[in-house]
Design a protein around this ligand. Sequence first.
Ligand SMILES: NC(=O)c1ccc[n+]([C@@H]2O[C@H](COP(=O)([O-])OP(=O)(O)OC[C@H]3O[C@@H](n4cnc5c(N)ncnc54)[C@H](O)[C@@H]3O)[C@@H](O)[C@H]2O)c1
Length: 258
Amino acid sequence: MTTQPRSVIITGAGAGIGAAVAKTFAEAGDRVYLADLSSDRLKATAADLDSSLVSLHQVDVTDAAAVDALVDVVKSESGSVDVLVSNAGVFDAAAGIEATTHALWERVIGINLTGTFNVVKAVTGPMVEQRAGRIVSIGSIAAQRAMPDGLAYCTSKAGIEGLIRRTAYDLGPYGITANVVAPGVVRTDIRATSTEILGDVVPDTNVRIGDSVMESLIPARRGAEPSEIAATVFFLAGPGAGYINGDVIHVDGGWIAA
Ligand SMILES: NC(=O)c1ccc[n+]([C@@H]2O[C@H](COP(=O)([O-])OP(=O)(O)OC[C@H]3O[C@@H](n4cnc5c(N)ncnc54)[C@H](O)[C@@H]3O)[C@@H](O)[C@H]2O)c1
């Protein structure tokens, strides 16, 4: 494992958890390659960071060629691809099996699950070649719980756990780890951002439990701050976590245990 400064790719870095992950790594002196659909959101994230450590890339994770090109840039600029944080994702209101249209399914699975496949696959070659690397994917407790989250969302997060487990099995012999960090509720604007991205494919049936009711179900009695998710991601990318592989770490205030 390369010592710091490391090259760190973070998808969905324009807001919320991804922005907090970018801040955590950049403050530690790592070089962060921030990818997002929105260049405005990327600039907002970068505004708080040391510009000499930040590289911005308007990339849609569903576009495998664009993702491959980003990884090529990281490799040629930094000489190695040390850490991938696959975080980009959208949330699909609360559509169950009846309200989930084929279009909604394809968009959410396309971004959350196929997008994760695209970035994990793109870093695999360089990481295998360098015999080192850390992959952290942001899942959700929705992978394991039937939640008032959408059917496609829950399925995408369950899929990420399978993808990462199998990747860990494949890449462990090369000194690479792959793990999932699974939050419960995090205080971000994911609903608004996702509605902006998904637009018309989100159905009207926006049935959801209110935030106060949701938080009353969580033993911690609050949602997480994005920085609390970022701290676990940073740990998994660090020297103390080299023997954690193929795992799912819940950062959910005890919700999955409740
Ligand atoms: N907020 C929560 O309560 C919560 C809970 C569990 C898991 N998560 C997961 O954490 C991750 C980040 O969520 P957040 O709350 O920070 O959301 P957010 O909406 O605040 O930020 C997500 C970012 O991802 C970007 N993005 C979306 N689609 C993209 C694409 N196709 N290509 C590139 N970038 C794209 C958006 O532009 C946005 O900047 C997601 O995977 C989400 O499912 C969030």
